[in-house]
Design a protein around this ligand. Structure first.
Ligand SMILES: [Zn+2]
Length: 448
């Protein structure tokens, strides 16, 4: 064993040295405190101490089910499950439906099967739009921000890879025509979904992933990058509920980079892995212990779900409504900010890579100037207001601070002056997105 043993003179020397370092550190910080005001970024938007998002896959969801559960989750309307929660919950969508199954299963309580699921096209027929207008409407409403791959291509015969590049090209053509720009991709389904990407490894269950293989008929990640998709869930679920960072870099096989993100999807038990990503397991996902730990550790949580996956009359029963109400209470009491996945991920990027400078004006005010987001994967870009919503700086006196984006002072309506938080420090924020609890099912193009 290789071990450093300190002799007594050695210990004295070490103590002297650490004392000297301490003095130097004090002088350095003493000087900086007198010349540049102390400004520090707070981990999360004031007053919150953690951030949480649902990332729900659209499997088994009919338009009626989609409307039903978003009405409960996002609005404050009276619903059969009680008063809505008014949370910011996004969702995913499909362009195509091309699954088969040896035993057709019912996707709702009306005995509908997979062809009733909300998809942009009918099957893979690009001349027949199905729920395109509805998907467009909900994208604009902010209830959809992710694509669950291009569609459901899970097959009984896992060697049948049907989602080839021509389908990817057609999908992006139509999305661009409609102005639908999802920037999150979530892999779906079994090995027949060769278009999946982000976790290819020749000796694991992900060996089937071909979406980023330039030489494959399923290649399409050049289109993913060209269409500004920034985030991918690569089919690897997480057992951890919270993370210091929701994002991690992925280098694709075609040489491009993209952000991967963690999604809590299962619990480890002594019997093995228990996937908790269905609406009937919400009570297992959302426990007071987990939410308290998320707050105490100042972490991000993205929770995998399949809100429309059931086939009962209502997506949530009492056992699972209660934990959702509890989560809403964590937000209402200023502990956990619930945000759609795209907002959480972009906040994470902005928080990690925002560049700013701090100076003192002639009037003695502190000027914080936001310059750019130096995204190491997507390059540096100038800051826009929506990139930095929620960003909060600890400052001595928020009322003596001026916030700038580049050369422009922030509109006062976008600035928030905060009292001391649990650390005792005061802060100033760029306001988070205004709550939107409007019931978009009421204005949906196909009246329900
Ligand atoms: Zn899925």
């Amino acid at each position: 064993m290789n071990r450093t043993v300190l002799t007594r003179p050695g210990i004295i020397m070490a103590l002297l040295l650490s004392a000297m370092i301490g003095i130097i550190f004090f002088i350095k910080n003493g000087f900086s405190a007198s010349s540049v005001p102390q400004v520090q970024m707070r981990p999360f938007p004031y007053p919150y101490q953690a951030m949480l998002s649902f990332a729900s896959d659209i499997d088994g969801t009919t338009p009626e089910e989609f409307a039903q559960y978003h009405q409960f989750l996002n609005t404050k309307s009276h619903t059969p499950m009680g008063t809505g929660l008014g949370l910011d919950v996004g969702d995913s969508f499909w362009m195509y439906m091309d699954t088969n199954s040896s035993h057709p299963y019912y996707v709702d309580n009306q005995k509908h099967t997979s062809n009733a699921i909300m998809t942009y096209f009918t099957g893979t027929d690009r001349t027949k739009k199905k729920d395109a207008a509805l998907i467009n409407h909900y994208y604009r409403a902010g209830w959809i921000d992710s694509m669950h791959g291009y569609g459901d291509f899970s097959r009984v015969n896992r060697n049948e890879g049907l989602c080839t590049r021509d389908l990817a090209i057609a999908a992006w053509d139509h999305l661009n025509q409609d102005g639908i720009h999802p920037d999150i991709w979530i892999n779906h389904g079994n090995e027949a979904n060769r278009e999946n990407f982000g976790a290819y490894s020749p000796f694991s269950f992900t060996a089937y992933q071909q979406g980023d293989n330039k030489y494959s008929p399923y290649y399409h990640t050049d289109l993913i990058r060209k269409n500004d998709v920034h985030f991918v869930w690569n089919s690897r679920g997480d057992a951890a509920f919270g993370e210091k960072n929701a994002i991690f870099p992925i280098r694709l096989r075609d040489g491009q980079n993209i952000w991967g993100f963690h999604r809590y999807a299962f619990d480890r038990t002594k019997h093995g892995v228990n996937w908790t990503w269905g609406p009937k397991a919400l009570y297992m996902q959302l426990t007071p212990k987990r939410l308290d730990e998320l707050v105490a550790r100042h972490e991000y949580s993205i929770i995998a779900q399949h809100f429309g996956g059931g086939n009962g009359p209502y997506p949530f029963d009492n056992k699972n409504i209660q934990p959702l109400r509890m989560l809403a209470h964590y937000q209402d009491s200023g502990r956990i900010l619930v945000a759609r996945t795209s907002r959480l991920l972009h906040y994470n990027v902005a928080h990690n890579f925002l560049t700013y400078s701090v100076t003192t004006t002639q009037e003695g005010k502190t000027k914080i100037q936001l310059h750019s987001i130096k995204d190491p994967l997507f390059g540096s870009r100038p800051v826009t207001i929506n990139d930095v919503r929620g960003i909060t700086f600890y400052v001595a006196d928020p009322h003596k601070v001026e916030l700038f984006i580049g050369e422009h002072g922030l509109d006062p309506k976008d600035v928030q002056y905060n009292p001391p938080d649990q650390t005792g420090k005061r802060s100033i924020s760029i306001k988070w997105f205004a709550p939107d609890t409007f019931d978009y099912t009421k204005t949906a193009p196909q009246a329900l």
